[in-house]
Ligand binder design. Structure first.
Ligand SMILES: [Zn+2]
Length: 138
């Protein structure tokens, strides 16, 4: 992955954190009321403000790969437009590095995501321990 792509992804992750704080400030407002978020594009110098409802915002945040940007700021080689209207565009990070970083930096990452499997190091260590105990009992 190029330096540029990484830079874009990091910038977007930071802006998303800011917008999550803005949402928290609107926590008690009704879902249909407008909030003003920062454009989540990859341009560092961007300070564009987007008006959207809490409902719309929640719909975007539902998928960690999705970001809300003004249409002029869509960076076609790292993201694809999912939906757009006269206020903003919803973009989804493309497969590969852009999507991976978006998922890794998701402020809403669910603790369930890494599946608990038999390859869990703790389970393996415990199994090794119990087998060594049975050997020593001989
Ligand atoms: Zn922007």
């Amino acid at each position: 992955m190029g330096f540029r792509e990484e830079r874009i992804a990091e910038n977007e992750a930071v802006v998303r954190e800011i917008n999550e704080m803005i949402l928290q400030a609107h926590e008690s407002a009704p879902d249909i009321s407008f909030m003003h978020i920062v454009c989540e594009c990859g341009y560092e110098e961007c300070g564009s403000i987007i008006a959207l409802t809490k409902d719309e915002y929640e719909r975007i945040r539902n998928d960690p790969r999705q970001f809300c940007v003004i249409e002029e700021h869509v960076i076609q080689d790292v993201e694809a437009i999912v939906e757009d209207n006269d206020r903003f565009a919803i973009v989804a990070k493309r497969q590969g590095a852009p999507a991976e970083i978006a998922i890794r930096t998701d402020p809403r990452a669910r603790p369930l995501l890494p599946p608990i499997s038999a390859s869990n190091p703790n389970t393996t260590a415990r199994a090794a321990l119990s087998s060594s105990r049975s050997i020593s009992s001989y």
